[in-house]
Design a protein around this ligand. Structure first.
Ligand code: PLP
Length: 396
């Protein structure tokens, strides 16, 4: 079965993914099973998407029920699940308005368009400059790609949007030096995900926020990977004592179905008028019905404190493992720096072969387990990781 799937994949799918030699068939909670029958413990959550694990029963019921009630309607009509989700996000967050899209890239496209419109309306036609960080990853559509300064992703697709400049993360003077009277927005991931699990410091983020306030620059926080409980609070930004002007969400919000959300705070509450922006599928009833379950589950009183406890436990155990140099990230977004001579892809490969799915982020070993993973499942995964690292250490 696997061989057939691999052959047909290679024959019929565009060659833009470097897949592991595993074909997954079923999933339940933190486990999934391949067509070969091999069972895997999943520390990837579909790259931070399946925040409540595979086939979370209340989510499955909600989307199935909604599919049997009404599915796609287009955004020409009101639908209850979408409106409820927007209200919950606004109530919880203090944002004023929500735009729903289908992915993180699209959520960032909406933020980018809003920033340009804001700059033009406040500072004049030329005020379309945006500052982003080196090692950022904001997506692969042309706008979001233009804010993603990584040659491997951009080289074949230039020219990109103009007016976007990049500065080294955690260097505040360098950022200030890039600000001009035409700067309309600064966009940040508080923990750079794809760029290598790099943490921004509290003082840096706070200083940027203050500067944005002083200079009427929008602060856009890309929480596509860090949002929806991943870092131990619903938004990572809650841990930095700032209030952004725009937040983008995707991945974990849908619990496995495609969604993106751009949250607009007070300054941008009326930024888009009819026709300024839109999407056919965004915030559809089925996806929104599932996202409502995800939201309710994650914001239930004991849920996030448990995520924080699990994070503390995992980090404590990982720090004791051989070859571990340092840890980054927050909550259950964990980056592990290994001794320099270790190829992190080798650690992932060996973990796969022992039944544990993990990720890389540049040169770090990256873990994004489901937020509702149990202590026993965590221990099972940690045991495999320890074995992988012990073996690698022995081999020198
Ligand atoms: N922003 C961040 C921080 C991400 O990590 C990603 C995807 O990994 C994106 C944006 C793009 O999201 P999508 O792949 O859903 O378009």
């Amino acid at each position: 079965m696997y061989a057939k799937l691999e052959k047909e994949d290679k024959a019929f799918l565009m060659n833009n993914y470097n897949r592991f030699p595993i074909a997954l068939k079923t999933g339940e909670g933190s486990y999934c099973t391949a067509v070969s029958g091999q069972k895997y413990l999943d520390f990837t959550s579909g790259i931070g998407v399946n925040s409540l694990g595979h086939c979370y029963a209340p989510w499955v019921s909600a989307i199935s029920r909604q599919a049997q009630t009404i599915g796609h309607t287009s955004n020409l009509y009101y639908t209850e699940p979408q409106i409820t989700l927007a209200r919950k996000l606004c109530d919880y967050t203090g944002c004023s308005k929500v735009f729903f899209a289908n992915s993180g890239s699209e959520a960032n496209e909406a933020a980018l368009k809003a920033a340009r419109k804001y700059g033009k309306s406040r500072k004049g036609e030329q005020a379309i400059e945006i500052i982003a960080l080196k090692s950022a990853f904001h997506g692969r559509t042309m706008g979001s790609l233009s804010m993603t300064p990584q040659k491997a992703y951009t080289e074949a697709f230039t020219p990109l949007l103009t007016g976007i400049s990049f500065v080294e993360a955690n260097n505040f003077p360098a950022l200030v030096a890039k600000i001009t009277p035409q700067t309309c927005a600064i966009i940040l991931e508080l923990i750079q995900g794809e760029g290598g699990l790099n943490d921004l410091t509290d003082t840096y983020v706070k200083a940027i926020w203050q500067t944005c306030q002083d200079k009427d620059i929008l602060l856009i926080i890309d929480e596509v990977q860090t949002g929806c409980g991943r870092t131990g609070t619903f938004y990572a930004y809650e841990q930095y004592d700032i209030i952004p002007d725009i937040v983008t969400l995707a991945k974990g919000l849908g619990g496995g179905l495609p969604i993106g959300a751009t949250l607009f705070y007070d300054k941008c509450r009326a930024i888009f008028a009819y026709g300024d922006h839109g999407t056919t599928f965004g915030g559809g009833a089925i996806v929104a019905a599932g996202a409502n379950i995800v939201f309710d589950t994650i914001t239930a009183p004991s849920f996030l404190p448990e995520v924080q406890d699990k994070s503390a436990y995992m980090r404590q155990q990982i720090r004791k493992m051989p070859l571990v140099v340092s840890l980054s990230g927050k909550g259950l977004m964990i980056g592990i720096e290994l001794a320099e001579h270790i190829l992190v892809s080798e650690a992932v490969k060996r973990a796969n072969s022992q039944g544990l799915l993990t990720l890389t982020a540049k040169n770090k070993w990256r873990l994004l387990p489901a937020l509702n993973i149990s202590k026993a499942e965590i221990d099972e995964g940690l045991k495999i990781m320890k074995k992988v690292l012990t073996d690698l250490e022995k081999e020198g």
